[in-house]
Design a protein around this ligand. Structure first.
Ligand SMILES: CCC/C=C/C=C/C(=O)SCCNC(=O)CCNC(=O)[C@H](O)C(C)(C)COP(=O)(O)OP(=O)(O)OC[C@H]1O[C@@H](n2cnc3c(N)ncnc32)[C@H](O)[C@@H]1OP(=O)(O)O
Length: 310
């Protein structure tokens, strides 16, 4: 199936079909007028919670050109939005995502432009960096991101979820580091982040080198996901409940926790402690500490405190 899709896309690219701004505009005009995006649906299911839904269900949420840039815009805005304290990401329709849109990939990544090898390579490097940014922007976002996965999570889907902070899935979910099957080394985050998520280096290597599917139970036992739900409905309810727990706590504490966890993952303990001290020399001066401590003394939940926006 893959070769048919890629071949037909390349043929269309060479002969007839050049997706560009016009195609993107045409897709925009056919989508809901309230959403600025064609590949994502954004909603606010509860106070301080933003729900980002991959929203091309008819193509199994395959990641097309619009998706790769819209995620960057979306998460840049979320990072700056004081009304958002936590994000839930999920997929519309019957699966989470089938990975990169193989039609778009054929015309973009596989047909780099340039007058000679140096220029082609330079352009391709910039393209790959742009694709990487689509998921790095999730990791850089100081608001925690809970991702809820059902059905297939293929290729770019694994790159996406490893950039998120908390992973939940349904019993029918499966994960596939599919890139070797389509002739490439995964290049937008899986090879860098999956070994930091899953304890077993051997398992990571096996998954990435064989492209075998990993099902929900193994995803749980290996640490890729922290919870497995019987179906999508209960998973989304569980994700929103968890998001509510996070959103109810001090945003200074929550965002500081995310930023420092990621910093420490990539640095030595000594460097992490040093960074933490510098972070908290400002952040400990927040009114949130006193308000939270007072609630704790009064045996109240931190959720009872009306924290100032951040
Ligand atoms: C610099 C680059 C960085 C990024 C790298 C990323 C790499 C990757 O993501 S590698 C992985 C690529 N994905 C795949 O190889 C998966 C391809 N899809 C499938 O194998 C199957 O669709 C799947 C097993 C997920 C589900 O099979 P099922 O029988 O349930 O559905 P289908 O009939 O196959 O699909 C339904 C419609 O969706 C379209 N579609 C599915 N996947 C893709 C895709 N990746 N790209 C584009 N379109 C896709 C499929 O063509 C069907 O459309 P239609 O015929 O119009 O109904």
């Amino acid at each position: 199936m893959l070769s048919v899709i890629v071949r037909s896309a390349v043929t269309k690219y060479r002969g007839l079909w050049l997706p560009g701004q016009a195609a993107v505009r045409a897709m925009s005009s056919s989508s809901s007028s309230s959403s600025p995006y064609t590949s994502l649906a954004i909603s606010h299911p509860a106070e301080s919670i933003t729900h980002v839904e991959l929203n091309r269900p008819e193509k199994l949420n395959a990641m097309n050109k619009a998706f790769w840039s819209e995620m960057v815009t979306c998460f840049t805005e979320i990072a700056e939005d004081p009304n958002c304290r936590v994000v839930v990401v999920s997929g519309a329709g019957r699966v989470f995502t089938a990975g990169i849109d193989l039609m778009d990939m054929a015309s973009d990544v596989l047909q780099p432009r340039g007058d000679d090898m140096a220029r082609i390579s330079w352009n391709l490097r910039k393209t790959i960096a742009k694709y990487q940014e689509t998921f790095s922007v999730i990791e850089r976002c100081p608001k925690p991101v809970v991702v809820a996965i059902h059905g297939a999570c293929v290729g770019g889907g694994v790159d996406l979820i490893t950039a998120c902070d908390i992973r939940l899935c349904t019993q029918d979910a499966w994960f596939q580091v599919k890139e070797v099957d389509i002739g490439l080394a995964a290049d937008v985050g899986t090879l860098q982040r999956l070994p930091k998520v899953i304890g077993s280096r051997s398992l990571v290597n096996e998954l990435a080198l064989t492209a075998r599917k990993m099902y929900a139970d193994e995803a749980k036992s290996s640490g890729l996901v922290s919870r497995v739900f019987p179906d999508k409905e209960t998973m989304i309810a569980g994700a929103l409940e968890m998001a509510g727990e996070i959103a109810g706590r001090s945003p200074v504490a929550v965002q500081g926790t995310k930023v420092n966890l990621i910093y420490s993952r990539d640095h030595s303990v000594a460097e992490g402690l040093d960074y933490m001290a510098s972070w908290n020399m400002s952040m400990l001066q927040t009114q949130d500490v006193m308000q939270s401590a007072q609630a704790s003394m009064e045996k109240k939940s931190p959720k009872s405190v009306a924290f100032s926006k951040l």
